[in-house]
Design a protein around this ligand. Structure first.
Ligand SMILES: [Zn+2]
Ligand SMILES: [Zn+2]
Length: 274
C-alpha cells in the first residue's frame, strides 16, 4: 500500500492556546514528506508525534501571517545543528527568502545544507512533480497573498485498490471563495479552514476567514470525498460543535486534531467489469 496521509501538527488560528498549536501538517506520500506550513512549535510537535522530520525535503508555506511560518527559523537552525546535508526546498510567497536570509546572516551562519527557495505567485502554478505525484497552488482570498496546495497522484499510479489516482486539496486562510473550486472538484480529501462557527459569519467575512458551514458548502459543491476542518479560533475552547454544524451540510466531515493521521483514500471507486 502506498501511503498517502496527513498528520495534524497544529490546529489553532492566529495564536496558540494551552490546548492547541498554530497551523501545520505533515503530508506523506509514499516515501516523500511535505510540511505544509511551519507554525510556532512545529518542530516540537514533529518530535512529540515521532515524525521523521529530518527526511522532510519540501516545505510549503501558504502565506506570511505568523501563525503559518514562525516555526520555520527554528526548524532551519535545528537542521543545521544536526548537520543536515540534503537540499531543503521551500515554496513560499515573496518575502520569506529575505526574512530567512537576514536571520542566517545576522547569526553569521553558513548552513550545513543548501536552501532552495521557490517563489509562489499565482494560483494554478505547478510546484512539484515526481514519478507519482504532482502539486500545484490554489489561490485563497485573504488579506495578503495566500495559497493552498493540491496534491494529486498521477494517472496509472500503482496504489492498492486501483480505483484511480487520489488527491488531497489543502486550503489555507481564506474567506469563502469558489476561485479554486475547479481545482478541487472530486477531490478525495479537502482540508478547509473553519476559523469561526457560523454565528460569527460576519466576523469571518471581515477577517477574510471562513465558517464551518461555508467550508461544508464548498466541500459539497466540489463533490469532495471527505472534509477536514481546522484553524480554529482561540475563542472556542471545544471543537465538537464545529463538527455538528458542518455535518448538517456535509456529512463526511472530520476535525483536524493534533497528533491524528488521516489517510487520503478514494471516495468514488469506479466500477470495474468482472
Ligand atoms: Zn492563520
Ligand atoms: Zn492568515
Amino acid at each position: 500500500m502506498v501511503l498517502f496521509q496527513t498528520t495534524i501538527l497544529g490546529s489553532s488560528a492566529a495564536m496558540p492556546t494551552s490546548e492547541r498549536h498554530t497551523s501545520s501538517q505533515l503530508v506523506r506520500h509514499h516515501n516523500k514528506l511535505f510540511l505544509i506550513d511551519c507554525a510556532e512549535g512545529c518542530q516540537m510537535q514533529l518530535r512529540r508525534f515521532k515524525q521523521p522530520f529530518s527526511k522532510i525535503d519540501h516545505i510549503f508555506i501558504s502565506h506570511l501571517h505568523g501563525d503559518h511560518y514562525l516555526g520555520l527559523p527554528g526548524l532551519l537552525f535545528t537542521y543545521h545543528l544536526l548537520g543536515r546535508q540534503n537540499d531543503l526546498h521551500i515554496y513560499a510567497p515573496a518575502g520569506l527568502e529575505e526574512i530567512i536570509r537576514i536571520q542566517i546572516e545576522t547569526a553569521d551562519l553558513i548552513p550545513s545544507y543548501k536552501l532552495v527557495f521557490h517563489e509562489i505567485f499565482e494560483g494554478g502554478q505547478p510546484l512539484y512533480e515526481d514519478k507519482w505525484l504532482t502539486a500545484e497552488t490554489m489561490a485563497m482570498e485573504h488579506r495578503i497573498p495566500t495559497f493552498g496546495f493540491i496534491l494529486k497522484e498521477k494517472p496509472g499510479h500503482p496504489h492498492e485498490g486501483k480505483a484511480g489516482p487520489r488527491s488531497y486539496g489543502i486550503g489555507s486562510d481564506t474567506a469563502y471563495t469558489e476561485s479554486f473550486l475547479s481545482q478541487i472538484r472530486g477531490v478525495d480529501l479537502l482540508y478547509h479552514e473553519a476559523t469561526f462557527m457560523h454565528d460569527d459569519a460576519v466576523l469571518a467575512r471581515e477577517k477574510y476567514h471562513s465558517t464551518t458551514v461555508e467550508a461544508a458548502l464548498l466541500a459539497k459543491k466540489a463533490l469532495a470525498g471527505r472534509l477536514l476542518l481546522g484553524h480554529y479560533s482561540a475563542r472556542y475552547k471545544e471543537t465538537d460543535a464545529y463538527l455538528d454544524e458542518a455535518r448538517q451540510f456535509f456529512t463526511d466531515t472530520l476535525l483536524a486534531l493534533e497528533g491524528e493521521t488521516i489517510a487520503v483514500r478514494d471516495h468514488a471507486p469506479k466500477k470495474t467489469k468482472a
